[in-house]
Design a protein around this ligand. Structure first.
Ligand SMILES: NC(=O)c1ccc[n+]([C@@H]2O[C@H](COP(=O)([O-])OP(=O)(O)OC[C@H]3O[C@@H](n4cnc5c(N)ncnc54)[C@H](O)[C@@H]3O)[C@@H](O)[C@H]2O)c1
Length: 399
């Protein structure tokens, strides 16, 4: 059991408290920090939290605080992590770890140097569907992963600071792309180096300096490609979808909208909350059963606190958060230069010098195999390439 200090009494702080206290969970929130007293008091009352503070350091240093969960705006992550390092408290930080890779690397190295446990709260890498998919990929069910695409689009975030580029550090790429990038990294292999990024980003709708819509490609050293699609201008709710294509199979995951739970209402009754970023309270709606669980928060904290107790690393570490930030930095650069931009990783702990595997599959001594197919009339065709001449030929058999 851990006594947890939550920093930030806003949207994610509440999701985290719901997850920690849900289902007779053993871990308890025992201290909360919020900037405004009324937020701290309300949070403490709602979750039965014995101690509340409007001073961050006091909350972290409190003798009951055994682990700190950071749910603060992006520009405050580093300050909060450094205070945890100062007081030697295990720290779990929400996404994105930093506003850029420099901040993220400083946080990673400070924790490592001080021997402070540090977990990266990337919930979408813990959803039940994601964990099952990753397990299938790791067992080889779809062969070699060639393309991992992930999308998070919604009508935009719920607090002022997200829309301020200085505080948030970026727009939809940083806020949503961090999830998509880490999802693809997991499928492609976290030990495979991301090499370069090509990104389109634009501010299509909102009166802000940051981008409200972007699409990016992340090239990995083994030839695999990651793709992220993000938007703060998407209408219709929150769309979370992943697609993984391998040499032997495909996985499609829809985590939030239209997942098989559909409700129609004329608007009668009391109404209220439907699902995160839902845009409608009447007509057809797509609620989510157990949102905290389906968004990965429950599995995420289980992994984090199990790892903390066992003295091991969690599945998502600060180092992962730093690699994600480095990919995002390259995406921002590419959106400006319109070129493939290298991912700058001054610290890289994965494999190096990986090459793209051969694409050739042998048919017989003289031919490479391209594909075979059975046609609607039952004929079978095999398409081959002659090793000696390179000529492409077709061998057909029919009944
Ligand atoms: N899926 C996810 O993992 C997920 C979802 C939403 C948000 N987040 C992340 O959580 C963090 C907080 O986002 P949120 O949605 O809870 O925001 P929010 O605005 O709802 O809440 C932030 C809270 O932080 C505190 N705060 C605000 N400004 C502060 C400041 N300048 N200094 C100190 N404290 C301040 C306040 O208590 C506020 O309630 C962000 O880093 C965001 O990216 C993660």
């Amino acid at each position: 059991m851990a006594k947890v200090c939550i920093l930030g009494g806003g949207f994610i702080g509440r999701f985290y408290a719901d997850s920690l206290h849900g289902q007779r969970g053993r871990d308890r929130v025992s201290t909360v920090y919020a900037r405004r007293e009324e937020t701290a008091v309300r949070f403490a009352k709602d979750y039965g939290v014995p101690h509340y503070f409007t001073n961050m350091e006091e909350a972290i240093a409190h003798p009951e605080t055994e682990a700190v969960v950071i749910g603060l705006p992006n520009h405050v992550h580093e300050e909060a992590v450094m205070l945890c390092v100062k007081h030697k408290k295990p720290v779990l930080c929400t996404k994105p770890l930093g506003r850029n890779a420099e901040e993220a690397l400083r946080m990673t190295e400070a924790c490592e140097k001080a021997g402070v446990f540090a977990g990266y709260l990337e919930d979408l890498c813990y959803t039940p569907k994601f964990l099952k998919s990753l397990d299938s990929v790791n067992r080889g069910a779809i062969g070699r992963v060639l393309w991992a695409k992930s999308r998070e689009t919604h009508p935009g975030p719920h607090s002022d600071w997200f829309w301020d580029i200085q505080k948030a550090g970026g727009g939809a790429i940083l806020d949503l792309g961090c999830h998509c990038i880490e999802i693809s990294r997991n499928f492609i292999g976290k030990d495979i180096r991301p090499v370069e990024v090509m990104c389109w980003a634009d501010t299509q709708v909102k009166p802000i300096e940051a981008e409200d819509h972007a699409i990016g490609l992340v090239k990995y050293e083994n030839g695999a490609i990651g793709q992220f699609e993000v938007s703060w201008t998407f209408r219709g709710g929150m769309d979370l979808r992943d697609e993984v294509m391998g040499t032997e199979g495909t996985i499609w995951v829809n985590s939030f909208l239209r997942t098989g739970f559909e409700v129609f209402t004329t608007g009668a009754g009391e109404g209220g909350y439907v699902a995160e970023k839902s845009e409608a309270a009447t007509g057809w709606q797509f609620p989510v059963g157990d949102e905290a669980h389906e968004l990965g928060y429950t599995n995420m904290f289980t992994d984090m606190f199990n790892a903390l107790e066992a003295g091991k690393e969690p599945a998502e570490t600060f180092y992962d958060g730093y690699v994600v930030n480095a990919i995002i930095d390259a995406a921002y650069k590419s959106a400006k230069t319109k070129l493939w931009e290298p991912v700058q990783l001054p610290v890289w702990r994965g494999k190096t010098g990986v090459t793209k595997p051969s694409v050739y599959q042998e048919y017989d001594q003289d031919h490479w195999f391209i594909k075979d197919e059975i046609l609607p009339n039952g004929d079978k065709k095999v398409i081959l390439k002659k090793k000696a001449t390179g000529e492409i030929i077709e061998v057909a058999t029919w009944k």
